[in-house]
Design a protein. Structure first.
Length: 294
């Protein structure tokens, strides 16, 4: 199932955001900010790009996604449910005792999760191994790995980047969720990583710059990565932490915080308004904006 209609993909992204908010609210714990920032990326990957089939989730020929920033699990679970890997009802169990949907992805418990993640910095190394195995066995599958920009402060990321270049892993596509924020504030304040484009180029990557919330641009970026031979690709996707919820956007405090009752209602109103805007192909609905701001 490949969705090519931009409007439909936007609706899927909005549905993913709704389910992220519901999960974190119901659990009263989780990481909404960084899950919301990757909703459009997940929508494009699971519904337009990846060669996957919920009925053949263990196929060796499937494409794979490593959510290295495992704390964004609510976004991954929402995408998996939307795609049919897990029941929608199961999302209500997020972060509950004995639930399959842990606070970080667990491949042994959740259908469609390709790797257990959570310890930041490890995902790219794992993705390298999968990409290398695919090439050695001539499987033809592609490996996608989503990193956080706070996560790339980890040294293991750069060791893995060198490895990806050495083995010319052109079936590997890294996506950097570049929202500029991490749990302790801005990435620039915590440990500035300047010149990201030239830095990744110096490690031998084909670098693609992208608006991480522009569906058409994301599709074009992934297609460009597919056409690149002899080197791995990274899509540096400029995103907004908390995207879609005005009072959460660009606020580091929403890295790992659950909304209260009032905040939940405001968030869901914001996403309902966004749904109307998508349906009517308009950028604003006059007279309704005041309902979504504090």
């Amino acid at each position: 199932m490949k969705v090519t209609d931009i409007k439909e993909l936007k609706k899927i992204s909005n549905n993913i955001r709704k389910e992220i908010i519901k999960q974190v609210y119901n659990a009263q714990s989780g990481h909404p900010g960084g899950a919301l920032s990757i909703a459009d990326i997940l929508s494009v990957l699971y519904f337009n790009q990846m060669n996957i089939n919920p009925k053949k989730s263990e196929s060796n020929l499937r494409d794979r996604l490593i959510l290295s920033k495992g704390h964004g699990a609510a976004g991954l679970y929402a995408a998996l449910a939307e795609r049919g890997f897990i029941p929608q009802e199961e999302l209500k169990t997020f972060r509950k005792i004995n639930s399959n949907l842990q606070g970080h992805p667990d491949m042994k418990k959740t259908n469609g999760v390709d790797m257990s993640t959570g310890s930041l910095g490890q995902g790219l190394s794992i993705a390298n191994g999968m990409a290398l195995a695919s090439k050695m066995d001539d499987l033809g599958c592609r490996i996608y790995c989503i990193l956080g920009d706070g996560e790339i402060e980890e040294g293991q990321i750069w060791e893995a980047a060198m490895t990806a270049n050495k083995y010319e892993l052109d079936n590997l596509c890294v996506i950097l969720d570049h929202n500029g924020l991490q749990i302790d504030g801005t990435v620039a304040e915590v440990k500035a990583l300047d010149c990201l484009e030239s830095k990744w180029e110096s490690f031998g990557f084909n670098v693609i710059l992208c608006n991480g919330h522009d569906i058409e641009m994301l599709i074009n970026s992934f297609e460009q990565a597919k056409q690149t031979k002899g080197q791995p690709s990274i899509i540096i996707a400029k995103t907004i932490k908390g995207k879609g919820i005005p009072f959460m956007e660009n606020k580091s405090e929403w890295h790992g915080k659950a909304p209260n009752n009032e905040e939940y209602e405001k968030a869901m109103k914001a996403l309902t308004l966004e749904q109307e805007k998508i349906e009517h192909n308009i950028s604003e609905l006059p007279g309704k904006e005041e309902t979504i701001w504090f």
